[in-house]
Design a protein around this ligand. Structure first.
Ligand code: OGA
Ligand code: ZN
Ligand code: ZN
Length: 410
């Protein structure tokens, strides 16, 4: 391709209503485009900001690929229906005719196709701007000492708006959030899940009932204390977010315990780097078996990403299967496991609370460990309803709520 010889397009003084780029959510407000020209197989676009001029270069192929006309993006689903592989390869050889219409960029390509690009949309996607995609989903933040969880009232959350936005934000950031002062008739957890997405089912069903059962197939369904753990470590893909809604907590005991696996793993990394490495590199067997299922996987206790950051902790003592490791690794692995467990037990990392009827905890089951103290079923009723939902749907709910609270409907 050669440089395009199209002359600079005329400036516009004010931005007319936005071009529909077939995206939900608002485009960044930007001033109108004041100039556009083609050079080096790119369209160079300029905006006049308060006292400076900003410009950006968009490759011709990128622009054609992002055309949002009804032929290139489906008018109802907004999905891309154009395949650049099928474009006439010559159609980008010649510079498109460029104009600035109402402050937005308009191109007519050499094959006659017409594309329009919103000035604010283009501004947001300036290729040279590294942080061009500010994510509304916050990064994980390890719990500090004396971590105080975010709380919202059930009715405020259900009403949507900022209360829901803040709650979902806290859940993504801390891997933990509480709803309080809700009803306790039963089934409320379904209403909460419905604000997020479909329930992720497991071998224990969709919504599960946690109370002391006559024929338990799971420690949670007894009155035993539950050591801090993450659920379903025996699955290749354990559930992401767990929600436990308290309907009654009148028995003696039964207080809840939580700990942030990221904070505990980081403490281990600092105190005993060798143990940390071992738990991050040695996979062990996890298994759940009853009359109907036999679910087994082999996974490490600590999971790291490519930057060596802790992204997941799997810790569940009763789902740990017989330890199958080479002889020289058995004792070092146990020592590392116990070093992790010792930190986990230390009050510095524990969050203790007693769930009240009408209160719900939601936590990141891939990161935050949960447990409970034993209770005496003779002294009163204890009943929680639980379910899991996927991260993807939590993040989606956060984005949609943000869109709604910004007053944007489509
Ligand atoms: C569970 C669980 C905790 C509790 O159901 O997975 O750990 O407080 N329950 O009963
Ligand atoms: Zn098009
Ligand atoms: Zn559990």
């Amino acid at each position: 391709m050669t440089d395009c010889l199209t002359p600079p397009a005329a400036a516009a003084d004010s931005l007319s209503s936005s071009v529909d780029m077939k995206e939900y959510g608002a485009y960044t407000n930007s001033p109108p485009i004041v100039a556009a020209h083609c050079a080096d197989d790119c369209i160079h676009v300029a905006w006049q900001l308060l006292d400076t001029r900003e410009s950006a270069a968009y490759p011709l192929l990128w622009l054609r690929d992002h055309c949002a006309c009804d032929a290139c993006r489906h008018p109802q689903t907004y999905e891309r229906t154009q395949f650049i592989i099928d474009l006439d390869p010559n159609c980008l050889e010649m510079a498109p005719a460029i104009s600035v219409e109402g402050g937005h960029l308009a191109l007519i390509w050499s094959d006659g196709h017409a594309s329009r690009f919103d000035a604010g949309w283009l501004y947001r996607l300036r290729p040279q701007q590294q942080a061009w995609q500010p994510s509304i989903v916050p990064a994980n933040q390890a719990w500090a000492e004396h971590f105080i969880p975010h709380r919202s009232d059930f009715v405020d959350y259900m009403a949507g708006g900022n209360a829901r936005l803040d709650w979902l934000h806290a859940l993504c950031r801390d891997g933990f959030a509480i709803l309080q002062n809700g009803p306790s008739e039963g089934g409320e957890i379904d209403q909460v899940a419905a604000t997020i997405g479909p329930i992720r089912a497991s071998n224990f069903g969709g919504r599960f009932e946690v109370f002391s059962k006559p024929k338990p197939n799971n420690a949670a369904y007894t009155a035993l204390g539950l050591e801090l753990h993450t659920d379903l470590t025996n699955w290749k893909n354990p559930p992401d977010i767990q929600m436990l809604y308290c309907l009654a907590n009148d028995a003696q005991g039964g207080e809840s315990i939580f700990a942030d696996g990221v904070a505990v793993a980081e403490a281990l990394r600092e105190q005993d780097p060798q143990a940390f490495r071992l738990l991050a590199e040695t996979a062990i067997d996890c298994r759940f078996a009853d009359e109907e299922v036999d679910l087994v996987t082999r996974a490490t206790v600590i999971h790291l990403d490519e930057h060596d950051q802790v992204i997941e902790v799997r810790f569940n003592n009763w789902l740990r299967d017989s330890l199958r490791l080479p002889p020289a690794q058995i004792m070092p692995w146990y020592r590392a496991y116990l070093a992790f467990w010792k930190i986990l037990r230390s009050p510095r990392y524990r969050l203790d609370l007693r769930l009240a009827a009408g209160e719900m905890v939601a936590f990141d089951n891939r990161r935050v460990m949960h447990g409970r103290k034993s209770f005496d079923p003779q002294t009163g009723r204890r009943h929680l309803q639980g379910c899991y939902v996927d991260y993807d749907m939590v993040e989606s709910a956060l984005r949609v709520t943000a869109r709604q609270t910004a007053g944007v409907t489509s």
